[in-house]
Ligand binder design. Structure first.
Ligand SMILES: [Zn+2]
Length: 205
């Protein structure tokens, strides 16, 4: 008999404001779900603060304080995504460089498209001053969602090539969460993966 993998869940708020009712509901549901699965399970908190224009340290502090006051005590250290930019750059330039391309399309150009139509795939645009997209595989992948069960999805047909880095060099949430998630091979064992399941229309912006 093999040992069971440890169950780890995460709550990953964006500190663009104080903890609001929607986030609080997600936090409580995530905490209760993960802690009910095993007495050794871990509930982690990761602050999604890659958007340095909208995220503020005071909101991170306020969110953590509220969680603590409500008895939602996280395990281990809080992870701040903004401190991992060097790792994302390494992945972008040395691991996924063949899958990444620059895109100059505006929202207006893409009006009416749920999936990005790859207008810029072969334009070989300069990576600087453009947003960057990652090519997702055109094949069915299978993953086990902790709540929905076994799911099958073709990332190219359901998500399309997602923007992973904005023109102002800010990494998008989807790449920062888990670069492998972005490529569509693996899906994070993450409560938010459930919340974001089927979010294709947002990924083309
Ligand atoms: Zn484009």
């Amino acid at each position: 008999m093999g040992t069971k993998p440890q169950i780890i869940g995460r709550f990953a708020p964006s500190p663009t404001g104080h903890l609001h009712f929607g986030s609080l509901t997600t936090a409580v549901a995530s905490y209760c779900h993960i802690k009910s699965l095993s007495k050794n399970s871990k509930w982690l908190v990761r602050i999604e603060d890659t958007d340095t224009q909208r995220c503020k340290a005071e909101f991170s502090e306020s969110i953590l304080q509220d969680l603590g006051n409500l008895g939602l005590h996280w395990d281990g250290e809080v992870v701040y995504q903004s401190q991992h930019t060097a790792m994302y750059e390494e992945l972008l330039y040395h691991v996924f460089q063949d899958k990444v391309y620059a895109c100059q399309c505006s929202r207006k150009d893409l009006q009416g498209y749920a999936i990005y139509p790859r207008y810029c795939l072969d334009k070989m645009l300069d990576w600087h001053n453009h947003k960057l997209r990652i090519q997702l595989p055109d094949e069915t992948i299978e993953f086990n969602d902790g709540i929905l069960g076994v799911q099958r999805q073709n990332p190219q047909k359901t998500l399309g090539d997602m923007v992973i880095c904005r023109a102002d060099d800010i990494f998008n949430y989807i790449f920062a969460v888990n670069p492998y998630y972005a490529w569509g091979r693996y899906f994070a064992d993450d409560f938010r993966s459930n919340c974001h399941y089927g979010y294709a229309p947002h990924a083309t912006n």
